[in-house]
Design a protein around this ligand. Structure first.
Ligand code: IPD
Ligand code: CA
Ligand code: CA
Length: 263
């Protein structure tokens, strides 16, 4: 058993326990606050869940570092060592409004290399998980490698924001892509949308501004099924900054870059 199998056992246990706690919170009253703007929500459960992971990790693996969305972890300036990258609830708006379509997302990296990835769909009790080099799984089921799909038959995850007036991309760039594909979907949880690309439910997912905690777990998972995750320009991700994201099966990734982005 490698050190990663050992860490994997703990990670799964903590994620399952945190999920149980979140499910029981549905009966309780939430404290909801907004962060950077009125649509950027945080609840007591986001904070409590992050603190739960931090106390478990600190107790069990004191040398490991933690990058958490709610800021209870470490302030990181480098990717050296073992780093847990945690989004305690990805899709907080869905958590508050719908009590579904949100996930716990946990990635574990060593010196910038993805080793372990977990996306837990709490309501459906579905854990997408991977250890680098050992394949990706949905609960006990191995997720098969991704096949090619024609762009005209592709269903892509994209938020309408990016094809209407916005601060980050000219809407005329992605408008033609939206027209050419079979359909578009928007679920409101980046982690789940990446998990859907991993399982082939979506053929691609595009967004303009994510932080490491939104996609760290997804990076590990997509690698295991032969897909690709880069910036929208096709560049390597920087985990210490915000990034645009293009995650897709290989042929769709290539086609989106050549036909719509680099044309
Ligand atoms: C958000 C969700 C959303 C994405 C945002 C993220 P949060 O994460 O993943 O789908 O469009 O960019 O910030 O705030 O719910 O953890
Ligand atoms: Ca998030
Ligand atoms: Ca979050």
């Amino acid at each position: 058993m490698t050190i990663w199998h050992d860490i994997d056992t703990y990670a799964k246990k903590w994620i399952t326990e945190a999920g149980e706690r979140i499910r029981t919170s549905f009966k309780e009253e939430l404290t909801i606050q907004s962060k950077s703007n009125a649509d950027d929500l945080v609840t007591n459960m986001d904070k409590e869940t992050e603190q739960y992971f931090i106390s478990k990790i600190n107790e069990t693996f004191p040398a490991h570092k933690i990058l958490g969305e709610e800021g209870f972890g470490n302030q990181l300036e480098s990717l050296e060592g073992v780093i847990w990258i945690i989004d305690p609830i990805d899709g907080t708006m869905n958590f508050v409004h719908q009590q579904r379509n949100f996930a716990i997302s946990v990635g574990v990296f060593e010196n910038g290399v993805g080793k372990l990835g977990y996306i837990y769909d709490v309501v459906h009790d579905e854990l997408y998980h991977a250890i680098q080099g050992e394949g990706a799984f949905l609960n006990e089921m191995r997720i098969p490698n991704l096949n090619e799909t024609a762009l005209t038959e592709a269903v892509i995850g994209i938020n309408a924001t990016w094809v209407t007036e916005n601060k980050r991309i000219n809407p005329s760039v992605l408008g033609p892509l939206v027209k050419d594909v079979r359909g578009t979907r928007s679920y409101g949880s980046a982690a789940l949308e990446i998990a859907y690309v991993v399982t082939g439910r979506l053929d691609a997912y595009i967004t303009m501004r994510l932080s490491a905690w939104d996609f760290a777990a997804g990076m590990v998972l997509i690698e295991e099924v032969g897909g690709k995750l880069t910036t929208l320009e096709g560049n390597e991700i920087n985990l210490l900054e915000e990034n645009s994201i293009l995650v897709a099966k290989n042929n769709i990734h290539q086609e989106i870059l050549t036909k719509y982005i680099r044309k």
